[in-house]
Design a binder for this molecule. Sequence first.
Ligand SMILES: *Cc1c(COP(=O)(O)O)cnc(C)c1O
Length: 377
Amino acid sequence: MTTTSRPDARRNASPYLYGQEAGAVARVLGSGQYGHTAVTEEFERRVAGFLGVPDAVAVASGTAALHAALLAAKVGPGDEVIVPSMTFCATVQAILAVGATPRFVDADPVTLCVTDELVLEAVGDTTAAVIPVLFGGRAVPLTSVRDELAGRHIAVIEDAAHAFGSRDGTRRVGASGALTCFSFGPIKNLTCGQGGMVIPRSPGEADMIRRLRLLGVGQSQSERANTTTYRVDGFGLRYQLSGINAAIGLAQLDHFNTTEHARRCLWRAYQQALAPLDGVTLVDVDADHSVPHLCQVRVPHRDEVFAGLRARDIGVGVHYPPNHLQPAFATWRRPLPATEQAGEEILSLPFHQHLTETDIDHVVSALGQALNASGGA
Ligand SMILES: *Cc1c(COP(=O)(O)O)cnc(C)c1O
């Protein structure tokens, strides 16, 4: 058994700060304005510029982004939304939040993403939207789906929570014209501490989400300041991104080139170090185009290997236990063989920017030992 424990290898994921974040937060605190402020709006403009899109709407979380996008796409009760079972439960909860029902679909065994074929065979009379999940950061083009659904009032809403900065061909994810949702949670490629962003398809959609995120209140703050009341125009929630969080995101965005390069290098270092291990398959995130979010492998005797790595002080995880097998989503269960098999084999290795090549060698050597000790071998 490996004797020395390496602290950074004990964490599966971890935010990486560049040093300017604390000062940026302190400036917002000093300003006395903590809610939706000019800092939030600057973050929106900077993200839009970075992605090459006309507009971006900041919200409180990735889950809020998905919920807002589904409402903007007018998905509601009686509608079915096609969603891969292999995603974080947030994607499914957002569908339930609008009163729609999930139609779980299987995943490609190599990428763990949905494919054109998997989506098209699930489209039915009540399908109102499809939510491809850009698993591990990988773009999911779904070219045939987009052609097929154009003009049929079926929205494509990309769950790009893993994929901030990734490219779909030459464009950044978010710039393809689909409604796109990002998460800036603590461990995502770019963090605001907590936060999210919707890339709207039209100015009308952007407007709707901007009202929704401020409890449906229509007036601007300066309009409100001069009246004894305020006007509620429609349904809304407290979904704004605070300036405190936006300041963290702005500081992170200044260094995103470094993030992008570092995450790609780490993923390739794992790819090289894992190559000699028999029985280990790396889930391919297309690191030439993506900003990798996870380093996932498939292994035999996963539960034993998981326990062996934990015993060796390695921060392993599982992304994710399939949603169609979750008790809360049992109503919509159907057999999804590739997802079920993946659910028993996947293992996420520590993946964050604090890791060094020595940490990676340490993780891979512990994985080799855990594999050798598993399965009664
Ligand atoms: C993180 C995540 C979300 C939700 O984002 P939060 O910011 O945590 O609300 C949604 N989908 C996927 C695939 C995620 O990984």
